[in-house]
Design a binder for this molecule. Structure first.
Ligand SMILES: [Zn+2]
Length: 298
């Protein structure tokens, strides 16, 4: 799985004026059956590629930026070519792109401020995860970072050892998922029956993700009839629905503690409907039917 043609072709795209031409080069690299690395990366994490990839000498190496509401991955083609050469694999350049995409998908680019070590490790772990899913070995997934990172930590970036470790953790996590899904039968692909749609929480109030202060996420809720919708429980016990497309969050309910040992939490939505959460994270409606699952955020 190498992609020399991909980067070679992009290496010729020096878009020094990309800000002036925001719509001219949308989602390139699909023509002529060439490999579309952006799509491959987003495919393995189940998202649509809503990014614009730009080769530009305006950046020294690579960057994830939001401009005019659009998410961009910028990279310097000479830098990526050099990383591929030094890392002796084209996975090196792919891991750089995956790392930058990790900044976008983890929400780092939605808040103010530049690089910080925690965000960098999160993006590193994401790149390891993605590269394992794309078929890279651990060494291939680490090859890029091994050559571009500094050995010593700085105020903005972690040191090499912890960055390679983070990539390894992501790689291992993907590996475990792959092994586990090979062991168990695939879940039923039958669509949910609309008539059985249980109480999807009704909106309480709107908050914009961009302006919200950072909140910690305690868990993720997956409704059986809306498996592709992301609901999160925040550290303030709010239940938030995250819209993947326009990146907005909406508070749709709250968790409250109950006296019950079996169902220690109750989820109350904006219409005061109640769902009961068991200690193992199973969520039931008032008829005792399981309608959702609370799990660790991932
Ligand atoms: Zn970074």
């Amino acid at each position: 799985m190498t992609n020399p043609r991909f980067f070679r072709r992009l290496a010729g795209m020096l878009l020094t004026g990309w800000l002036l031409l925001p719509s001219t080069f949308s989602q390139a690299q699909t023509a002529n059956g060439q490999r579309d690395v952006l799509r491959e990366i987003t495919d393995v994490v189940g998202l649509k590629p809503r990014f614009q990839l730009r080769a530009t000498t305006e950046v020294q190496n690579a960057a994830a930026v939001v401009y005019g509401g659009q998410r961009y991955l910028l990279y310097n083609p000479q830098f990526v070519a050099a990383v591929n050469r030094a890392g002796r694999t084209d996975w090196a350049g792919i891991s750089i792109l995956a790392h930058e995409m990790g900044h976008h998908l983890n929400g780092h680019t939605l808040r103010a401020g530049g690089s910080n070590p925690a965000d960098e490790l999160e993006a590193d772990e994401f790149s390891g995860f993605v590269l394992r899913k794309m078929g890279a070995s651990l060494a291939q997934a680490q090859a890029g970072m091994a050559v571009v990172s500094d050995e010593e930590a700085s105020p903005t970036h972690p040191g090499r050892r912890s960055r390679l470790t983070a990539i390894g953790q992501g790689w291992q996590r993907a590996s475990q998922q792959i092994t586990a899904s090979a062991r168990v039968a695939a879940p039923s692909a039958a669509p949910a029956v609309l008539a059985q749609r249980p109480a999807a929480p009704a909106p309480v109030r709107q908050v914009a993700a961009r302006s919200a202060a950072p909140v910690n996420v305690l868990g993720k809720i997956t409704f059986r009839d809306q498996p592709d919708e992301d609901f999160y429980v925040t550290s303030r016990l709010s239940v938030v629905h995250l819209d993947r497309d326009d990146r907005t969050a909406e508070v749709v309910g709250r968790l409250t503690r109950s006296e019950s040992l079996t169902y220690p939490y109750v989820l109350v939505d904006g219409r005061q409907r109640r769902l009961y959460i068991s200690r193992s994270g199973d969520i039931f409606d008032t008829n005792g039917r399981q309608v959702a699952q609370l799990s660790d955020p991932s």
